[in-house]
Design a protein around this ligand. Structure first.
Ligand code: S3P
Length: 177
């Protein structure tokens, strides 16, 4: 892609909407580099996300996430997959918008449930009523995801189709394939 070399493409959205898998494919398609914020947090702390939540608590994780957002803002030419809660912090959203196009991926509850699956270790989806948990958290976060530059509903799409939908929409932001 040309015309917007200085910018990043930032994928936000609820858990299980495909940010990482779409991000990798999108980066390959556009010849961009790919960065997964949660993976980087894990690599740098030497702890898994569940370990960070259980040993240090969610506020400590959010602080790490915030620092990661600040670092992402220094980069150019990356497709970035954020963690599902990153843009719930308005400061993070503002920073990410400054450094690139922010895209929210969405999916319906059933799809998120199927994609996150049994044995999933995401700390925020633990507990007995997983469906209700997803519903509640999604509703709570909807207004934040809605502030992205554009939204792609991934519920009925394959990864390839999501990538194409994003590439199509990016043209309006000065990216030319
Ligand atoms: C979270 C989503 C997770 C991870 C952490 C918190 C969230 O990332 O950052 O468990 O608050 O929605 P994924 O969206 O990649 O699962």
């Amino acid at each position: 892609m040309t015309g917007a070399e200085k910018r990043n493409i930032v994928l936000c959205g609820f858990m299980g909407t495909g940010k990482s898998s779409v991000g990798k494919r999108l980066a390959a398609r556009l010849n961009y580099r790919f960065l997964d914020m949660d993976e980087l947090i894990e690599k740098e702390t030497g702890l898994t996300i569940p370990q960070i939540f259980s040993s240090q608590g969610e506020p400590a994780f959010r602080a790490l996430e915030c620092r990661m957002v600040e670092r992402v803002a220094e980069l150019t030419g990356y497709v970035v997959a954020t963690g599902g809660g990153a843009i719930v912090n308005p400061q993070n959203l503002q920073t990410l918008k400054r450094c690139g196009v922010v895209i929210s991926l969405t999916a319906d509850t059933k799809t998120v449930l199927a994609r996150t699956g049994k044995g999933d270790t995401r700390p925020l989806l633990q507990g007995s009523d997983r469906v209700e948990r997803i519903r509640q958290l999604m509703k709570q976060r909807e207004p934040f995801y809605a502030q992205a530059d554009f939204i792609v509903d991934t519920s009925k799409l394959r990864i390839k189709q999501v990538v194409q939908a994003i590439v199509d929409r990016l043209q309006a932001f000065g990216f030319t394939p």
